[in-house]
Ligand binder design. Sequence first.
Ligand code: ING
Length: 311
Amino acid sequence: MAHRLNAAVAQLGPIHLADSRTSVVRRLMALLREAHGRGARFVVFPELALTTFFPRWWMTDQAEIDRFFEREMPNIETRPLFDLARELGVGFYLGYAELTEENGVVRHYNTAILVERDGRIVGRYRKIHLPGHAEHLPDAPFQHLEKRYFDIGNLGFKVWRAYDAVVGMCICNDRRWPETWRVMGLQGAEIMALGYNTPILNIHHREPEHLRMFHHLLSLQAGAYQNAAWVLAAAKCGAEDGFGMVGGSAIVAPTGEIAAQALSEDNEVIAVSLDLDLGDYLRRTVFNFAKHRRIEHYGLITERTGARTEV
Ligand code: ING
């Protein structure tokens, strides 16, 4: 009997600056109900799923910045989502801005959590690859200040046993780095979940807009195939206060094929019955890591940060 998990990706349309957490949680709960109605027992929500993508805004007042962060999870606004999940027996991945204190120091992370079907938080990931910049770019149409507002994640890329599967997590820009996928693949991830907020416009270089979707899907499909795992990716998309973000939420099979993809740039659920044995033949053959990898030749990957030509 095939080892299966009915899963869904819940894409979010725009969240505007003026939208309250309560209104957003209502949308998340509606998406959770729809996913449950479609048989899903695991649902992936986007990165920073409780607020607008605030790194687009230049802010200097820390109290203003901290208003976008959650000091505890669940909290009074998100508790209804956790309660509904437990009532329906559905687990979820949720991205949000985490404010916490470590050894007396306040930290700000771009975080994702794995919540089991009984409502318990069983996994936490803090975004490692923070894109963008830390300084103000006054001439740019918008900012991308993740390097200013977030600390670099300190939990590594892990996997957890959840929903009767082995599940890894990453966030957004992480998907562009093959190291992300391989570290989870080396831990036997069967499912790799991520949320993303990807602006349509490249503020650093004139680039055809279609490349945003191409690079997004290329990253997902390569990560899935080269590690023989299912990839579930949830966008927050559409025009947030007029600033466009790409959709393209997708469920990608271990073969690298797109099993389902969102059609809109609004709230939308896509669902697939994941055959968790589908990647087995790839892990036994072409991506039998133990048989084929030659780590004695890979040293530069962890010894050298930037590229350097020495010839
Ligand atoms: N957003 C974008 C992402 O990686 C980006 C930033 C877009 C970087 C395109 C490079 C190219 O999808 C986040 N939030 O990481």
